[in-house]
Design a protein around this ligand. Structure first.
Ligand code: NAP
Length: 240
């Protein structure tokens, strides 16, 4: 299961996992056309694929998504919590709705899918959870107090849950992208992008595929001794 796969990083993850032979159940909130396109692209790779319109903020809907996926595919092996939003603003100007929208989507959304999937994983004594956090949650970025808090929360959730469920053969890890070329950053001015790139040692934005490769690593047995970790895919931004 991949949340928020109609665009950007989630779409890249769905395609990468399908190339490894995984059946893909993915969600979106409003991009129905893109969802149908991705369904066809995934099916063309020879796997089963199904799109679900699921607002990740709504626990009951997320729970139904898990149940429908299990019924359709006959089981559940991996959950990727990717759906996320930004609503950047200086804290002095941020209203309570902008705070809650970001926390509810990014952090509550991650809780919702983990909570909805974990009973299945505990019962079968296997499972894998990968949460997409952000460099913003590691170093804190100005005008992103809501986003940085949500993404730092995801790192804490990842570590705590990894300890809680390791004895059941379940791994929980995170991937922290830096500055990746997707729609999420389309409203940033070229000047602002150039300024950010000054803080990226590899001096370019990352590609969706480069994040998807890290997710693929965590999704397979190549990483079977790794849990509770965050793999940073940021061109060195967090050490600069
Ligand atoms: P994006 O291009 O804006 O795509 C966001 C995806 O999430 C879309 O598929 C969207 O569905 C879905 N989504 C948004 N709100 C949702 C909700 N309430 N319920 C279900 N799905 C929802 O974003 P992106 O840049 O690929 O980012 C993906 C993840 O990577 C996010 O968690 C983001 O925080 C993280 N990240 C991104 C960057 C970056 O530089 N781009 C850096 C660090 C971390 P619709 O298409 O239907 O709207």
């Amino acid at each position: 299961m991949v949340s928020g796969a109609t665009r950007g990083i989630g779409r890249g993850i769905a395609l990468e996992l399908a190339k490894q032979g995984a059946n893909i159940s993915f969600s979106y909130v409003s991009s129905s056309k893109e969802a149908a396109t991705l369904e066809s692209e995934l099916a063309a790779l020879g796997v089963k694929a199904k799109a679900f319109q699921v607002d990740i903020k709504n626990f009951d809907t997320v729970k139904n998504w898990v149940e429908e996926t299990k019924a359709l595919f006959g089981g559940l092996d991996l959950v990727v919590n990717n759906a996320g939003i930004i609503k950047d603003k200086a804290l002095a100007m941020m209203d309570i709705k902008e705070w809650h929208d970001v926390i509810n989507t990014n952090l509550d959304g991650t809780f919702n899918l983990c909570r909805a999937a974990i009973i299945t994983f505990l019962k079968q004594k296997s499972g894998n959870i990968i949460n997409i956090t952000s460099v913003s949650g590691m170093v804190g970025l100005p005008r992103q107090t809501n986003y940085s808090a949500s993404k730092a929360g995801i790192i804490g959730l990842t570590k705590a849950l990894a300890k809680e469920v390791a004895a059941y053969g379940i791994r929980v890890n995170a991937v922290a992208p830096g500055f990746i070329e997707t729609d999420m950053l389309k409203d940033l001015s070229d000047d602002f992008k150039a300024k950010i790139l000054e803080h990226v040692p590899l001096a370019r934005m990352g590609k969706v595929e480069e994040v998807a490769k890290a997710v693929k690593f965590l999704a397979t047995d190549e990483s079977k001794y790794i849990t509770g970790q965050t793999i940073v895919v940021d061109g060195g931004m967090s050490i600069a």
